[in-house]
Design a protein around this ligand. Structure first.
Ligand SMILES: C[S@@+](CC[C@H](N)C(=O)[O-])C[C@H]1O[C@@H](n2cnc3c(N)ncnc32)[C@H](O)[C@@H]1O
Ligand code: SF4
Length: 303
């Protein structure tokens, strides 16, 4: 993504009354223009949210905290060994230092754990690590092994990341333990998901193992958000590619309301897209709960 492309996009974002821009990737902090892009969006009145691996966050914590309204850091393990096994490099301490440094600036920092075979036993420990680092929130998402093209896949999915049948009873016990021992963290929203939502991960992995149906999904994400990739392609969500002609050569509102995109959203609404049936990120928001606060690492008001 380039500063030039974001500049071209700005008038459309304003006209569409866009409230939040989530900057993800790839790795956004590797983009040489990340700070200018964030600044431009911020100056235009948008709230800007960063999703990062956190590898260079310790170095950039102060600048990032000035530019972003919220920062989510992926931390797929509660110790150096697990982190290295999943992420492929020995950087647990470095990422933790980045989370702590950012949290000290006062900007809300979320820790995001992608739950998979190599780390599901560490869910409670991940909550404790997030707390110790001063994070505002910790969230969990099941590793997607069903969608053929999300996460930049060029050669299919990697099913051995998922929990196996033999893991499921222990995962069940861990979820029960979380519900018993972390009542206050669910109540306050420190754990972003509800216990029920976490249980969907168990159902998802059971389905991947062929031992049951996928959890039912209800999602209207494409009704209030869109995903623009680095080449300017506009997609209804992260898991479904937009029509080939949905490119930012046209004005964003025209792309979003073009015939093929409308038809695609209609298919999604009608439950006609297979990606939705196996989606790990389905998201339903009522019209009244699409405020900026709801989108940016929201903690419950009664906490
Ligand atoms: C694709 S990354 C991009 C941003 C940044 N590079 C990072 O590592 O957070 C966004 C999020 O997707 C998660 N992720 C990667 N592969 C995934 C998968 N197969 N299923 C679910 N989440 C996945 C990452 O852990 C991260 O939290
Ligand atoms: S359920 Fe998943 S694949 Fe379907 S629209 Fe929502 S985010 Fe996209």
């Amino acid at each position: 993504m380039s500063l030039a492309l974001v500049s071209r996009l700005l008038p459309s974002l304003t006209r569409l009354q866009t409230r939040v821009a989530l900057i993800s990737g790839g790795e956004p902090l590797l983009n040489p223009e990340w700070a200018q892009i964030a600044q431009l969006l911020k100056q235009s009145g948008l709230h800007v949210w960063l999703l990062t691996s956190g590898l260079s966050l310790a170095k950039h914590a102060v600048r990032a905290s000035q530019l972003f309204d919220a920062i989510t850091v992926s931390l797929d393990g509660a110790n150096a060994e697990t982190y290295a096994a999943i992420r492929g490099l020995n950087a647990f301490e470095k990422v933790c230092a980045g989370i702590a440094a950012t949290a000290r600036t006062g900007v809300p920092v979320g820790v995001r754990v992608t739950v998979q075979a190599a780390n599901y036993r560490q869910l409670p420990a991940c909550i404790e690590v997030a707390r110790q680092l001063g994070a505002h929130q910790v969230s969990f998402v099941a590793v997607d092994v069903a969608n053929p093209h999300a996460f930049g896949r060029l050669d299919g999915v990697v099913p051995d990341l998922a929990l196996q049948l033999r893991d499921l009873p222990e995962f069940e016990q861990i979820l029960c333990r979380l519900e018993r021992d972390y009542v206050e963290d669910f109540r306050s929203g420190f754990i972003a998901e509800s216990p029920r939502r976490l249980r969907r991960m168990h159902q998802y992995f059971s389905a991947i193992c062929g031992a049951g149906a996928f959890p039912p999904t209800r999602c209207n994400a494409p009704e209030f958000s869109a995903v623009i990739d680095a080449k300017g392609r506009v997609n209804p969500c992260f898991f479904i590619a937009g029509p080939t002609e949905a490119q930012l050569q046209q004005e964003l509102a025209a792309v979003l309301n073009g015939g093929s995109m409308l038809a695609l959203r209609q298919d999604i609404r009608a439950g006609a897209r297979s990606e939705c049936a196996t989606c790990v990120c389905s998201l339903w928001r009522e019209a009244g709960s699409r405020t900026t606060q709801d989108l940016l690492l929201h903690r419950k008001a009664n906490a």
